[in-house]
Design a protein around this ligand. Structure first.
Ligand SMILES: Cc1cc2nc3c(=O)[nH]c(=O)nc-3n(C[C@H](O)[C@H](O)[C@H](O)COP(=O)(O)OP(=O)(O)OC[C@H]3O[C@@H](n4cnc5c(N)ncnc54)[C@H](O)[C@@H]3O)c2cc1C
Length: 310
C-alpha cells in the first residue's frame, strides 16, 4: 500500500477524468489520475472532432487529449499507468486496488467511460473511421447528402436515424425484429421520405470498396433467409454501449445496464464518490458533456472534503 493519502483519486483519464483532475488540482487538492491505457480515452481514438467548442475545423482527438493532459498536469495533477481492479469505499479513506498496489484517497471520482457495442463482424474494426461509426452526433456531418444505414432498434438507433435524415440523402434503419424497441414517439418522427426501415434483418457483411472504405452492407432477413445488398457511404452502429464499470460492482450502485446511477450532480450515493462522463446514466455521451461532468464532480468533491474537515 502506498503511504500517501491523496485528496482525490480519479479513475480514467478520458475527457471526464482529465477535466476532473484539472479542476481538483487547480482547487489545490492533491490529485492522482489512474489510467489503464493512455490518456484521452475514446476521444484519442478519432482524428476527426468537429464539435468541441473553441476548436473550429477538424481537430485530432489525440492532440485534444494531449492538451487536456498537459493542462491538468500543469496544475499539479499526477498520472499513473494503472488499472483499477476493485474499490473499498467504506469510511473516510477510500482504497483503490490496482495490480501495482493500493492507492488511498479521501475522495474518488470515477470516470472509466464506456465502449460502443460492436456488431462482431470480421472487417468491422478495420473499417472504423472509414465508413463505420458508432456515434451519429460525432460523425453524421461527414455524411452530408450521402446514403447511410443505422443498425439497431432502440431509442439511440431511432434518434440517430432521425438526426441523420436531416443531413443525409437517404437513411436506412436496419432492425433485426419486426417492431422497434424505441419509444413510440419515434414512430412519427421516422415517417420521412428519406427514411426506410428494413425490418427483420441483420447485417451479414460490411462491404468495402478498393480504397478500403465502406461501400455497403449485405443484409439477411432473419425470417426468410433472403439476402439483400444496400449501397452505402456509411454504417452507424447503434446497438448499445458497454460501460467500463465492472471493477466497481458491489461497491457503487449501478443501473440494470451497468451505468452508475449518478445524476447530473455526479453523486453516486456512496459518500465521497462521484461519477463523471460516459459511465453514468445520461442522455448525451460526448466530449463536451464528459468534460462538464468532470468539472461538476471536482466541484462536488471539493465541497465534500470541506464538509469532512468541519
Ligand atoms: C470513434 C469515436 C469518435 C468520437 N467522436 C466524437 C466527437 O467527434 N465529438 C464528441 O463530442 N464525442 C465523440 N466521441 C465520444 C467521446 O469520445 C466520449 O463521449 C468521451 O470520450 C467520453 O469521455 P469519458 O472520459 O467519460 O470516457 P472515455 O473517453 O471512455 O475514457 C475513459 C478512460 O478510462 C480508462 N479506464 C476505464 N476503466 C479503467 C480502470 N478500471 N482503471 C483505469 N482506467 C480505466 C479508459 O482506458 C479510458 O481512457 C467519439 C467516440 C468514439 C469512440
Amino acid at each position: 500500500m502506498e503511504e500517501r493519502l491523496w485528496d482525490a483519486a480519479v479513475v480514467g483519464a478520458g475527457p471526464a477524468g482529465l477535466t476532473a483532475a484539472l479542476y481538483c488540482a487547480r482547487a489545490g487538492l492533491s490529485t492522482v489520475m489512474l489510467e489503464k491505457l493512455s490518456p484521452g480515452g475514446q476521444m484519442a481514438t478519432t482524428n476527426e472532432i468537429e464539435n468541441y467548442p473553441g476548436f473550429p475545423g477538424v481537430t485530432d482527438g489525440f492532440e485534444l487529449a494531449d492538451r487536456m493532459r498537459r493542462q491538468a498536469e500543469s496544475f499539479g495533477a499526477s498520472q499513473r499507468s494503472a488499472e483499477v481492479l476493485s474499490l473499498r469505499l467504506e469510511g473516510a479513506e477510500k482504497v483503490l486496488v490496482t495490480k501495482a498496489g493500493e492507492i488511498r484517497a479521501r475522495c474518488v471520482i470515477l470516470a472509466p467511460g464506456a465502449a460502443p457495442r460492436e456488431l462482431g463482424l470480421p472487417n468491422e474494426a478495420a473499417l472504423r473511421g472509414k465508413g463505420v461509426s458508432y456515434c451519429a452526433t460525432c460523425d453524421g456531418a461527414f455524411y452530408r447528402k450521402k446514403t447511410v444505414a443505422v443498425i439497431g432498434g432502440g431509442d439511440t438507433a431511432a434518434a440517430d436515424a432521425v438526426f441523420l435524415s436531416g443531413l443525409c440523402e437517404k437513411v436506412y434503419l436496419v432492425h433485426r425484429r419486426g417492431k422497434l424497441r424505441a419509444s413510440g414517439s419515434y414512430a412519427k418522427k421516422l415517417q420521412k421520405e428519406n427514411v426506410e426501415i428494413v425490418w427483420d434483418s441483420v447485417v451479414e457483411e460490411i462491404l468495402e470498396n478498393e480504397k478500403g472504405r465502406v461501400s455497403g452492407v449485405r443484409l439477411r432477413n432473419v425470417k426468410t433467409g433472403e439476402t439483400r445488398a444496400l449501397t452505402l457511404s456509411g454504417v452507424f452502429v447503434a446497438v448499445g454501449n458497454i460501460p467500463a464499470t465492472d471493477f466497481a460492482k458491489g461497491a457503487v450502485p449501478l443501473d440494470e445496464a451497468g451505468y452508475f446511477t449518478a445524476g447530473e450532480d455526479t453523486q453516486t450515493g456512496v459518500p465521497g464518490v462521484f461519477a463523471a462522463g460516459d459511465c453514468r446514466r445520461k442522455p448525451l455521451r460526448q466530449i463536451v458533456t464528459a468534460a462538464a461532468d468532470g468539472a461538476v464532480a471536482a466541484y462536488a468533491a471539493e465541497a465534500y472534503l470541506q464538509d469532512q474537515q468541519q
